[in-house]
Ligand binder design. Structure first.
Ligand code: ZN
Length: 499
């Protein structure tokens, strides 16, 4: 009979929380008490630990065992602590030497047969452990590569509880040495696509460039290569800073999709229109971020946007306005970051029969009206079209990216003393007071408001785009042409944005 302690990590949203796990065994009935786990987790955790230990060839200890977790793990996603709980039980009852688990971090969910299942979010959890000076981490074998990406981590991969017990008893639990340490974000880049592949569509290409330069949202209307254009937006955005790339990798890790993380390229997230609200926004149960968070610091593309459900379309306004999602379910809540550039596209009407369309103007209007709330937040609109496939190849992504970067640097310089980095982020009052445009430009935009073409809210969006056009020209402030250009981009081709 004895005592043992070890460590694990819990995640709430993206926030890792190191936990102490202490076990004490005293003579008594063979019972296991878990303290500090959320109430709903206690029974399943106890069942997994008991079954896994029994299926690992170890007799259940004839002792009254209490395992306490502190601080209390919030009720979000706690199965990652299973392995730590099990080794604490075995160390307190003398099956394994307690000193061999102290100072180590154990991550892994137990299967009933004693297998160790992979867990999501290993990257942020291991990073938190290393930051706290706990560099020796025991992780499920499937997660070893991911854990090894954290500089300084000494990773021990394991597959079965029986092996862990055996190796801890014999002092043979080995570090993960058979693999070269990988650079932290040398992950697949899926953006081997180039703007030069998109024929024609000059207006849409220009709109895409403006959105990249200023961080504005984009609406593409009509039948055309909208998806091709959206897929090429990450490639013309400036690469992510190291810190942003880390945050994006953490989100992909938590989603269990680190292999799809974009490295230093801003991510592209393009959910299908049949996706559920949970797939789009994430879910508290299981601590799982959704498509909007997989787009964080990158691009969210909604193809055939009016086909998405109403709760999804209207629900997107929240992250667009706040840069995050806040989910609450049965008293539990998490937040995930979700600051992205939105690209929407829509066909003119709900039918697929472009040539023999019999939709009434009213049906078409209703179809587009589904986007009204979102479109009120979109500053740039452009038409797309098929048809000019014979058109000359357009500029390459590299050429456009260079102009985008120059414009971003110009904006960042101007905004250096502010919390904002792109024109799209500047609040309306500051646009008026701190960043005046040329008088002729102001005059043109005022008249657009006076004639009812643009609302007062819309005016701020026009000013932001005018600033981006000035930045792209390398000018000090927006002139008449920039204001006119912003107005054109606001209206789009068919004027349907004009509200
Ligand atoms: Zn139709």
């Amino acid at each position: 009979m004895g005592q043992a302690s070890t460590r694990s990590v819990a995640l709430v949203g993206l926030h890792p929380q190191l936990v102490d796990i202490e076990a004490a065994a005293v003579p008594g009935d063979a019972e296991l008490y878990l303290v500090g786990l959320p109430e709903t987790s206690v029974w399943p955790a106890r069942a997994r630990i008991r079954a896994a230990i029994l299926n690992s060839g170890t007799a259940w200890p004839d002792a009254r065992i209490t395992v306490s977790v502190s601080p209390v793990i919030p009720p979000v996603y706690d199965a990652a602590a299973d392995l730590a709980l099990a080794v604490a039980v075995l160390a307190a009852t003398g099956v394994i030497p307690p000193e061999r688990i102290a100072g180590r971090v154990f991550l892994g969910e137990l299967a009933l047969d004693g297998g160790i299942r992979p867990v999501r979010g290993v990257l942020p959890m291991v990073r938190a452990a290393v930051r706290a000076g706990l560099s020796r981490v025991v992780v499920p074998a499937e997660c070893a590569r991911e854990a090894a990406q954290v500089p300084g981590a000494v990773v021990m991969p394991v597959t079965r509880l029986a092996d862990v017990v055996d190796q801890l008893r014999h002092g043979t639990l080995r570090d993960h040495h058979d693999q070269e340490p990988e650079s932290e974000f040398a992950l697949s880049s899926s953006f081997a696509v180039d703007l030069a592949d998109v024929p024609g569509n000059q207006a849409a290409r220009h709109a895409l460039e403006v959105c990249a330069a200023g961080g504005h949202h984009l609406f593409l209307s009509g039948e055309g290569p909208a998806t091709m254009l959206a897929e090429r937006l990450p490639g013309i955005l400036p690469p992510l800073t190291d810190e942003a790339a880390r945050q994006v990798a953490d989100i992909y890790s938590l989603a269990g999709r680190l292999d799809g993380a974009p490295g230093s390229t801003p991510p592209l997230s393009a959910p299908h229109h049949t996706a559920t609200a949970a797939a789009i926004f994430g879910s508290v149960a299981g601590n799982r971020p959704g498509a909007v968070s997989l787009a964080h610091r990158g691009v969210l593309h909604l193809a055939d946007a009016p086909e998405f459900t109403r709760p999804v379309l209207d629900g997107l306004c929240r992250p667009l306005d706040s840069g995050q999602v806040h989910l609450t379910e049965r008293g539990r809540s998490v937040r995930y970051p979700a600051r992205f550039t939105l690209v929407l596209d829509a066909r003119p009407c709900p039918c697929l029969e472009q040539r023999e369309c019999a939709c009434t103007p009213e049906a078409q209007r209703r179809y587009r009206a589904r986007l009204a709330l979102l479109l009120s937040r979109v500053a740039v609109r452009a038409p797309v079209e098929w048809g000019d496939c014979g058109a000359r190849a357009g500029e390459s992504s590299a050429a456009v990216a260079a102009r985008v970067l120059a414009a971003r640097v110009r904006a960042a310089h101007r905004l250096a003393d502010t919390p904002w980095r792109t024109n799209a982020e500047v609040p309306a009052p500051d646009l008026r007071t701190r960043f005046p445009v040329a008088p002729e430009a102001a005059e043109l935009l005022r008249s657009a408001v006076n004639t009812g073409l643009v609302t007062a809210d819309g005016l701020a969006r026009l000013l932001r785009v005018a600033w981006t056009l000035a930045d792209l020209r390398g000018a000090d402030r927006p002139q008449l042409d920039d204001a006119a250009g912003a107005l054109e981009l606001w209206k789009g081709a068919d004027g349907d944005g004009a509200r």
